[in-house]
Design a protein around this ligand. Structure first.
Ligand code: GDP
Ligand code: ZN
Length: 296
């Protein structure tokens, strides 16, 4: 008798797919030939699928469930959470990049989590000031040190039960964090495998890894997710700032919180309930989006 089961695709290459079944078993699968022709453009990491298992134990992906969301670069479906990673130093914190990441996550309906890494390098209470900036967003914030293993348990608990993806510029410690969360992953840090102390030079592909405690985390080598979404229009930008949404309404419907009079966001900045620098960076992103519109 053929069994029919559901699961999530962890990775796929060379015609083989690893599927984590809802019963916790990992099953290697092929793809039913006719599936290659449907609108899905293939089966991606993160896809929810149903599979059949033949009497000889071979698995076959029979169908893909509709995607809740998907990212093109890297190709991954059904991401629950984007972890925006920022380092205290080396490289110094770039909050404009973090804001762009938060915008991209909100726009795609993916919950953001802010992760402040390298807290062992904090000599000027920078951690406190970054927390201060983002407190009004309401996003969860987690302070860790990947190399010291500080608060990795705290991060693990925020990843539990979700598919998460680490984003942030090169050098902030994304690979180091995966290694801290999952020591057997042995990802290259600064291009070098920690265990083998040399580069692996292997072809890399998106792969979802299982964390102890039940969460899943995507290893997306070479992607930092720092581009603003292609289809994001300037008018949509205020809607992806949760602290702006909580303000009393502005005089004009669809206020861009730029030069309009009686702007509630501007008032909140004066009353210091919204961070002035975050608002200044918002205007910078807004102008970037407006410039982009003029060009195309
Ligand atoms: P990625 O480019 O974001 O994947 O960053 P990597 O994981 O490759 O780390 C870049 C560098 O930062 C490496 O030299 C790491 O050893 C270092 N690093 C990562 N996490 C920490 C940390 O918590 N504290 C300190 N001091 N260094 C770290
Ligand atoms: Zn306004």
């Amino acid at each position: 008798m053929e069994q029919k089961l559901q699961g999530i695709v962890l990775n796929g290459h060379g015609g083989f797919y690893q599927v984590l079944l809802d019963n916790g078993v990992c099953q290697t699968c092929h793809l039913r030939g006719k599936l290659r022709l449907n609108d899905y453009d293939g089966v991606w990491a993160g896809d929810r699928v149903w599979i059949s298992i033949a009497d000889d134990g071979g698995g076959m992906i029979e169908g893909i469930f509709p995607r809740r969301n998907f990212l093109l670069r890297p190709r991954i479906a059904n991401v629950d959470q984007i972890v925006a990673v920022v380092a205290i130093n080396n490289p110094p914190p770039d909050l404009l990049l973090i804001d762009k990441l938060l915008v991209a996550a909100e726009y795609q309906n993916i919950s953001p989590l802010i992760c402040i890494n390298k807290c062992d390098l904090d000599k000027k209470n920078l951690t406190e000031s970054i927390i201060g900036v983002y407190q009004t967003t309401g996003y969860p914030i987690c302070v860790v040190s990947a190399v010291r293993g500080e608060n990795i348990d705290g991060l693990l608990s925020l990843l539990r039960g979700k598919v998460s993806l680490l984003a942030g510029c090169s050098g902030v410690g994304k690979s180091s964090l995966i290694n801290a969360l999952l020591p057997e992953a042995d990802l290259e840090v600064g291009g070098v495998s920690q265990r083998l102390q040399r580069g692996r030079h292997t072809t890399r592909y998106v792969s979802i890894l299982q964390l102890a405690g039940g969460g899943l985390i995507a290893d997306t080598p070479g992607f930092s997710l720092l581009d603003l979404p292609q289809k994001l229009e300037p008018e949509q930008l205020p809607r992806v700032y949760p602290e702006f949404q909580r303000c009393d309404s502005c005089r004009f419907d669809g206020c861009s919180h730029d030069k309009e009079p009686d702007c509630a966001v501007k008032k909140a900045v004066e009353q210091v309930t919204i961070d002035a620098e975050r608002c200044r960076r918002y205007l910078k992103i807004l102008n970037e989006l407006r410039d982009r519109e003029v060009k195309y």
